[in-house]
Design a protein around this ligand. Sequence first.
Ligand SMILES: [Zn+2]
Length: 62
Amino acid sequence: MNCPNCKGKDIGKIGNQHYYCWNCFIELSVQNGVFQVHEVESDGSLSSLNDLFSEEERRLQW
Ligand SMILES: [Zn+2]
């Protein structure tokens, strides 16, 4: 699968339905076949990047 942000394939699994893109440093979780995209802030909190992508772009493509 490809990162919806950078289209890279350097995605590591960090948990159940939970992934991390080592290329652009965003966190991805999967809900109902659609990526939920989060950015990890410097203070460790998560901010949603879902607004930057259409649902079509966030749909899982294996
Ligand atoms: Zn990426």
